[in-house]
Design a protein around this ligand. Structure first.
Ligand code: NDP
Length: 322
């Protein structure tokens, strides 16, 4: 495993990490979750990603249960939570958003569900138009000073809102955000590569990137239809299926165009797609979302594939993506 600094912080995170979004508490039960976390940890993964909203808190409950059962040493792994969407299907007004109240309540609930005394990373899962950024920065600063959160960050915030948070933190001597959690993959690049470009140097922001395989699209498994036992085949994720397969299948066309490059490099599409994310030095960690052990074992091979993506391979990839 390779370890990278989380931006300019001193925290070293594994270049591949593991997240629980659709999987824990829905596709994956307790014994499979235990196998997946054990495999990840045994292979050097030290960051496990979660959020209050994932399966209405069940993903955090299951992860906390399994990590406690495996007796992973608390100082050897990092765990995150995210606040914004709430932890129930129909949250009341004070049970969602980034108000001081909900940021505090959600933190304490996540600590409880994950069975830990502190969160290594705590993300504002989206910007909240109803809460002044200053209120959220102050709440996060307090949680850090209380020792309940080590590093706080944002997820899918516009660059100017992140800059505003940094300005407020600098002026008021508060703890500034250390990392952002954006989507980044071969089919979704703009924000990480263009919009956030000034943030890495100027503020030392790290990135913990999500959906590196575009929910599995980049494995090629959806090229000939939607398998029943897949994420996009799940009835609760019809919205995701529509979002990813819209535009007359333009995304699938790109995936098909990339396939021969993977074949020539002697690797599956999934490995090529993950190695491509790892090649970006502004990516601190690539969060894997495998729902099966064999997928996770395969995805762990991506680090060894990075050197195969030389200039010629990168040129062919750029050409295939148009
Ligand atoms: P991916 O893009 O890697 O998608 C994961 C899905 O791809 C799996 O569930 C599986 O689908 C399929 N897959 C993975 N590996 C393979 C393989 N080798 N062969 C075939 N299929 C494979 O990641 P996620 O979208 O899950 O995102 C990763 C993590 O990022 C999440 O768990 C979460 O922690 C975080 N996240 C954060 C968000 C945010 O807003 N901050 C939003 C979304 C995710 P299947 O189950 O169909 O087999």
């Amino acid at each position: 495993m390779e370890y990278r600094r989380l931006g300019s912080t001193g925290l070293k995170v594994s270049a591949l990490s593991y997240g629980a979004w659709v999987t824990f508490g829905r596709q994956v039960g307790r014994s499979a979750a235990r196998e997946l976390i054990a495999c990840a940890y045994d292979n050097g993964i030290n960051f496990f990603d979660n959020a209050e909203t994932y399966n209405a808190g069940d993903a955090e409950r299951l992860m906390g249960d399994v990590i406690a059962d495996l007796r992973l040493p608390r100082d050897a792994y990092c765990v995150s939570s995210k606040v914004y969407f709430g932890a129930s299907e129909h949250p009341r007004p004070t049970q969602r958003g980034l108000s001081r109240k909900h940021v505090f309540d959600a933190c304490h609930q996540a600590l409880d569900r994950l069975r830990v005394d502190y969160l290594d990373m705590y993300f504002c899962h989206r910007p909240d138009p109803d809460t002044p950024v200053e209120e959220t920065v102050l709440a996060m600063d307090t949680l850090v000073r209380q020792g309940k959160v080590m590093y706080w960050g944002t997820s899918e915030w516009p660059a100017e809102a992140i800059e505003e948070a940094h300005r407020i933190a600098r002026e008021r001597h508060l703890v500034a955000p250390s990392m952002e959690q954006p989507q980044y993959n071969l089919l979704h690049r703009d924000r990480v590569e263009r919009e956030y470009a000034p943030l890495y140097q100027r503020y030392g922001m790290g990135t913990t990137i999500w959906s590196p395989l575009a929910s599995g699209l980049l494995t090629g498994k959806y090229n000939d239809g939607v398998p029943d036992d897949s994420r996009l085949g799940h009835p609760d994720y019809a919205w995701l299926r529509e979002a990813l397969l819209e535009n007359d299948g333009a995304r699938l066309k790109s995936v098909r165009a990339l396939a021969p490059i993977a074949t020539d490099l002697g690797m599956p599409m999934s490995r090529l797609a993950l190695a491509w994310c790892l090649k970006n030095p502004n990516v601190s960690t690539v969060i894997l979302g495998a729902s099966k052990l064999a997928q996770l074992e395969e995805n762990l091979k991506a680090l060894d594939a990075v050197p195969s993506l030389d200039g010629e391979a990168m040129r062919r990839i750029a050409e295939a993506l148009g």
